[in-house]
Write a protein that binds this ligand. Structure first.
Ligand code: GLN
Length: 454
């Protein structure tokens, strides 16, 4: 049914870069066979899932939305993909994304933009716009994204879905093609908080193949989602981040956000204002740290190891082949990031840019620590505006970067974050996202609050 649905609507939505109909049907048949034999099946056995194209899938194209990986067939599954398969989840395809997860609208995909099913003239957010759009268009009931600075939560916000960035280190990055290794984290995308929780428990867990993976039990997020739905948030202390309100936020976003805060207060939560001055500097710090790590990570695309190779004609030198391939294979945003990062890391500028950004990162970690001494979770709008029009921000990178104003601090601190829908903005009838942030390894708090709001 989902494959039929994709065939019917995806030429308009363009959520998928690759639909693996054969693989999906074979996986579904395997689940049926297991069931027939009376074998034990996982809680999401047979449920179709759309996987962001930044996760490697064995023998199935993985492009990261880039021309430079065109034609590459990974010889291995990402740990996330492996865990999904082991849980009998059916991966139906790979979703569109900003090239190498750099962007906030999915317009930086080399394969054309994904459209927001709420209004096809608008963006579905990014970089994981394909995953979010596939849920709203009913092409898949579950999806996976990756969140370096907001790429799960911001698309969730502007499509009216649920998106979670788990604690850094809790979902393996093995096979998650690296953009900014100290920030990247895979996570669940779903239509409900409980669906996200069920998926979260499948993909999270220690992995010796990822050196930053945490060897600790996964917090009980499914139980927390059930508890939030049943009992609400009585006794929980909720901090409203002062820095993420006021000027620059759409009136409808502010209205729905504050209504939700009142709703939580009505459910028995204690609401306080939290001042986190360093959060004002998170965006510039991120746009030094992420490009710096990206400039190093993307050096591996040298035309020798993966996908595209340009100028391999016996005339050009190996160095020229690398240069020609990178020139043709990377899009403008990726090139901008590589140049920014290379500059920020170069001797003479390192202390002034990268070093300074790392200091800001420490201040952000401290502001979170201070806040979490007083409250159990922090809340804010997920993104300052609702979905913007396709083309509206493509020529102005800074206005595009602002879409992640509220999501970025969490990544810099390694904490957990969720976006949950909180109604439609009265001025345009488009979804608004409510962001919940919890300390590292307390992801269950997100689910309790999210489910209470749902
Ligand atoms: N939009 C942010 C960026 O362009 C975040 C991307 C992400 O989370 N992958 O870097």
């Amino acid at each position: 049914a989902h494959l039929d649905r994709i065939a019917k609507v995806d030429d308009k939505v363009k959520a998928f870069l690759h639909v693996d109909a054969q693989g999906a049907l074979a996986a579904a048949a395997a689940v049926d066979a297991k069931r027939a034999k009376g074998e034990r099946l996982g809680p999401l056995a047979g449920v179709p899932l759309a996987l962001k194209d930044v996760f490697t899938t064995r023998g199935v194209p993985t492009t990261c939305g880039s021309r430079i990986l065109e034609g590459w067939l990974p010889p291995y599954d990402a740990t996330v993909a492996r865990r999904l398969r082991e849980a009998d989840v059916v991966i139906i395809g790979k979703t569109n994304m900003d090239e190498f997860a750099m962007g906030s609208s999915t317009e930086n995909s080399a394969y054309g933009p994904t459209r927001n099913p709420w209004d096809l003239e608008r963006v579905p957010g990014g970089s994981g716009g394909g995953s979010a759009a596939s849920l709203v268009a009913f092409e898949a009931p579950l999806a996976i994204g990756s969140d370096t600075g907001g790429s799960i939560r911001q698309p969730a916000a502007v499509t009216g879905t649920v998106g979670v960035k788990p604690t850094y280190g809790s979902v393996s990055r093995y096979g998650l093609v690296a953009f900014s290794s100290s920030l990247d984290q895979g996570g669940p995308c779903a239509r409900t908080v409980l669906d996200a929780a069920l998926l979260h428990e499948i993909i999270a867990g220690h992995d010796p193949l990822d050196s930053t993976s945490i060897d600790m039990p996964v917090p009980p997020v499914v139980a927390a989602a059930r508890r939030g739905a049943d009992e609400g948030v009585r006794g929980l202390r909720i901090g409203v981040v002062k820095q993420f309100d006021g000027e620059g936020y759409a009136p409808g976003v502010r209205q729905r956000f504050h209504e939700s805060v009142e709703l939580l207060a009505g459910l028995g939560a204690e609401v306080v204002e939290i001042d986190a001055p360093s959060f004002d500097h998170a965006l510039p710090a991120y746009y030094l740290i992420a490009p710096s790590e990206c400039s190093s990570n993307l050096a591996r695309f040298d035309a020798m190891r993966y996908g595209l190779r340009v100028g391999d004609d016996g005339v050009h030198s190996a160095e020229e082949v690398t240069a020609l391939t990178r020139e043709a294979g990377f899009g403008p945003e990726v090139k901008r990031r590589i140049m920014l990062g290379t500059y920020a890391l170069s001797s003479g500028y390192y202390d002034a840019y990268y070093g300074q950004a790392q200091k800001v990162r420490t201040l952000i970690i401290r502001d979170f620590e201070k806040a979490f001494e007083r409250v159990d979770v922090l809340v804010s709008p997920t993104t300052p505006t609702t979905a913007f029009k396709i083309g509206e921000r493509v020529d102005d990178p800074v206005s595009m970067y602002l879409a992640d104003l509220c999501t970025i601090p969490t990544n810099l601190a390694g904490n957990a974050g969720m976006s949950v829908p909180c109604g439609l903005a009265p001025e345009d009838g488009l979804p608004v996202g409510f962001q919940i942030l919890a300390p590292a390894l307390q992801d269950d708090r997100l689910y309790r609050v999210g489910a209470a709001l749902e």
